[in-house]
Write a protein that binds this ligand. Structure first.
Ligand code: 5AD
Length: 335
């Protein structure tokens, strides 16, 4: 859809509730046209909170004083087994940039999962790696890769990350993943420190141009022990408007109702679905490690955020007229 920059700016800043309602309705209509009234579920497995990076916003950054853990391959396979029984057909292996997860180890894991569950997709979210590494993981059978760009503005990127991290390298990784045939996920936080309406417009421009198959956005939430711990959280309202605008700019996008939204608002996920989102990612990690993957404060890992409550989540989705099919839920469009 052809939304002009000035229309987008108006939608992001208006205090007219009728305009916002119309935006949400249009986003739902566009999603329903492409995917139907269906929400795809992904089982999120947080494989490690060790991280070599020191992102200023993140609660598991290198300098954070948090208890570290790492799941064993057996534990990860157990999560998949439980998840498959619960009806998950996508497994997301997410973690900090942990050197233990060498190409060899990740390839072995991916092959193991694809062998045991050939009907399921494997998504990796393990940060920045080099081209050859992404190529090996893809060769082993990984289908998708999530790597948020965090901000499309180079100066803003520099204020959220230490000097040793590079905006250009992040963007190069996204292009490499695309070239290797992954379904690629980008995304950003809403209300991160130093974000402005202009930097948000650059994020939307980037999404409209690059057309990532998946876009993860959620409000920034301060994390204890980080340089940004005193900063205010991002706005739920603004996040919902951005979800709707992203749906209109890129109708085929797979758009999750993120945990961060659910954390800030009790019905955050339902509201995200009503703004055009069509993916939920309940937590499949072992119960005792969930609290340790503390990328921000009070992160939800129980209730309907938890994979074992899919029945409950399915009811909540049915209550807003959405089905939750047992399927991979691939991107519907030309990559
Ligand atoms: N608040 C919200 N989201 C965060 N992330 C990291 N730290 C925070 C935070 N404090 C997001 C980043 C990262 C993803 C895994 O989680 O966008 O890419």
């Amino acid at each position: 859809m052809n939304l002009s920059s000035s229309e987008i700016r108006r939608l992001l800043t208006t205090s007219d509730p009728t305009a916002v309602d119309a935006l949400m309705e249009e986003a739902e209509r566009v999603r329903d046209e492409v995917y139907g009234r269906r929400v795809f579920m992904r089982g999120l497995i947080e494989v490690s909170n060790h991280c070599r990076n020191n992102c200023l916003y993140c609660g598991i950054r290198r300098d954070a004083d948090c208890r570290r853990y790492r799941l064993s391959p057996e534990q990860i396979m157990d999560c998949c087994r439980v998840g498959h029984e619960l009806g998950f057909r996508t497994f997301v292996l997410q973690g900090g940039e942990d050197a233990w997860f060498t190409d060899e180890r990740v390839c072995q894991l991916v092959r193991g999962i694809k062998e045991a569950y050939p009907d399921s997709a494997v998504t990796l979210s393990l940060g920045e790696r080099d081209y050859d590494s992404y190529a090996r993981l893809r060769e082993a059978g990984a289908d998708r890769y999530l790597l948020r760009h965090e901000t499309a503005n180079r100066v803003h990127y520099g204020r959220l990350h230490p000097a040793e991290m590079s905006f250009d390298h992040r963007m190069q990784c996204l292009r490499d993943l695309r070239r290797l045939g992954y379904q690629v996920g980008a995304g950003f936080m809403v209300g991160s420190p130093y974000q402005t309406l202009d930097t948000l417009m650059e994020d939307l421009r980037f999404i409209a141009d690059f057309r990532p198959e998946m876009v993860g956005i959620g409000p920034f939430i301060p994390a204890a022990g980080t340089p940004f711990e005193q900063e205010p959280a991002g706005s739920v309202e603004l996040t919902l408007r951005l979800l709707a605008i992203i749906r209109l700019l890129h109708p085929q996008v797979l758009l999750p109702a993120t945990t961060a939204l659910g954390t800030l608002h009790p019905t955050g996920r339902e509201r995200a679905i009503a703004a055009g989102a069509n993916v939920v990612m309940p937590n499949l990690s072992p119960q005792d490690t969930r609290a340790l993957y503390s990328i921000y404060n009070n992160k939800l890992a129980t209730g309907s955020e938890a994979a074992e409550s899919v029945a409950d989540l399915r009811l909540r989705m049915q209550a807003i007229g959405m089905e939750m099919p047992v399927e991979r839920g691939d991107f519907k469009g030309k990559s």
